[in-house]
Write a protein that binds this ligand. Sequence first.
Ligand SMILES: C[S@@+](CC[C@H](N)C(=O)[O-])C[C@H]1O[C@@H](n2cnc3c(N)ncnc32)[C@H](O)[C@@H]1O
Length: 164
Amino acid sequence: MIRRRIWESVYNSRAPDAVSWYRPHLELSLELIERCAPLSSASIIDVGAGESTLVDDLLSRGYRDLTVLDVSKNSYRRNEGAIRAFQRNDVRWIHGDITRICLPAQSFDLWHDRAVFHFLVNSEQREAYVRSVLNAVRPGGHVIVSTFGPEGPAQCSGLDVVRY
Ligand SMILES: C[S@@+](CC[C@H](N)C(=O)[O-])C[C@H]1O[C@@H](n2cnc3c(N)ncnc32)[C@H](O)[C@@H]1O
């Protein structure tokens, strides 16, 4: 609950390009996704998508089975790109905490997480996240998780992170 409030306040108070993780396009993620899931029919979830333009870029590359999940409702409401996608029926928008939500079993070919897992600072949260991955990703699917490295900051948005 506290975590959700913190993220709502981040997205309420800062412009999309004023957050430290902002990039106009997630080029590395796009490259990895296209390599792991080349078929446009691939079912893809972006966990903790925030205001990222990844969903728009995937739509423009022809991907049609897209799910966007975030603990903050504000995160995707304000993003112009995401609002365009929000109006499309072919994107599923889920509001929830990835350590608590129950996703449909074996429903995704590809799981993408840029800068969410490192916020899970206790082992129960990380175990819940891994259970969610194992339940929701189909056998043979791919999981892309990017986190801060050992030289990265110890905090982001005032929250502690774990560096990997
Ligand atoms: C640092 S931002 C990264 C946003 C986006 N992935 C990007 O690369 O631009 C982290 C995002 O994860 C979301 N988040 C944090 N903890 C979460 C959780 N437990 N479940 C779902 N989303 C979470 C936040 O609301 C925020 O949008």
